[in-house]
Every structure is written in structure tokens, then in C-alpha cells.
Ligand binder design. Structure first.
Ligand SMILES: [Zn+2]
Length: 144
């Protein structure tokens, strides 16, 4: 199993290959808006830097990047055992993303017009899921 820094290197190196490809895809397929591609890239970086599957370990690098806000993730760590649901292909990204959206509910309450950006939110989720999938592949196949 790779360490947190190795995961980050793999995911950021992959971004160098993935981002030009998705921008080209958006250029070639006119139905994909540039803002959705940018949202995807933001989601990918979010999934690599702040919403990794290792959020189930309170002493992980990814939790440390939340700095003074790391304590908002303590209930998430208590809910999920390391390499349990958080490392699931289907539910892992979904649980972290849902947890974050739940924390952001007060913002939606005061600024409901934010809900019109649901397509961008889905693109952010897909980007996050891509980064998290690379993490899971590395966890299963990395031998260093
Ligand atoms: Zn992991």
C-alpha cells in the first residue's frame, strides 16, 4: 500500500495527462461545456488533496491538509473503519461528498440560488471520483 505522499504524486502526475485529454474532449464534443470540464478538474484536485479515501484515518496527510477545519471530519473517521466503506468504489466518494454537502447545508439555506449550479456540482463529484479511483487502484496494486 502506498503512503499518502505517494498517492498524491500518482494522482497529480496522472492529472498532467488527464486534464489536457478532458479539455480536448470538451473541445471535440461540443455538448460538454468548458465550465463542466473546469469543474471536473477542480473535483479531481479536491479528490486528491482534500477528499481522499484515507479520510477514514484522522492522522492521515489528507486530514492534516484541512488544518484547523480537520475536526469537522472527526465524525467521518469515527463512522468508517480504515479501508472500509471509505475505500469502496461505489460508496467511498459518495459518502465523503455527501458528508461535505451536509456540512455546507447552511450555505444552501442562506443562498438557495447556488442550487442552479447542480451540473457543475456533478462534474466536481465525477472528478473527485476519478481521483479516488486512482487511489483505490494504487492501494490494490502498488508494491513499494
Ligand atoms: Zn487508501
Amino acid at each position: 500500500m502506498p503512503e499518502g505522499k505517494t498517492h498524491l504524486k500518482i494522482e497529480l502526475f496522472s492529472a498532467l495527462l488527464l486534464f489536457p485529454f478532458v479539455f480536448y474532449l470538451a473541445y471535440a464534443v461540443k455538448e460538454i461545456a468548458q465550465i463542466e470540464v473546469i469543474s471536473f478538474c477542480i473535483g479531481y484536485l479536491l479528490g486528491s488533496l482534500l477528499l481522499s479515501p484515507d479520510m477514514d484515518l484522522f492522522k492521515s496527510d489528507v486530514i492534516g491538509r484541512w488544518s484547523i477545519f480537520k475536526y469537522i471530519w472527526a465524525p467521518y473517521c469515527w463512522l468508517y473503519n480504515h479501508r472500509g466503506v471509505s475505500h469502496s468504489w461505489i460508496f467511498g466518494s459518495f459518502t465523503r461528498f455527501s458528508y461535505l454537502i451536509l456540512l455546507l447545508c447552511p450555505i444552501v439555506y442562506f443562498y438557495p440560488q447556488i442550487l442552479q449550479y447542480w451540473r457543475e456540482v456533478i462534474s466536481v463529484f465525477v472528478g473527485c471520483w476519478f481521483a479516488n479511483s486512482l487511489h483505490l487502484i494504487a492501494d490494490r496494486h502498488w508494491k513499494l
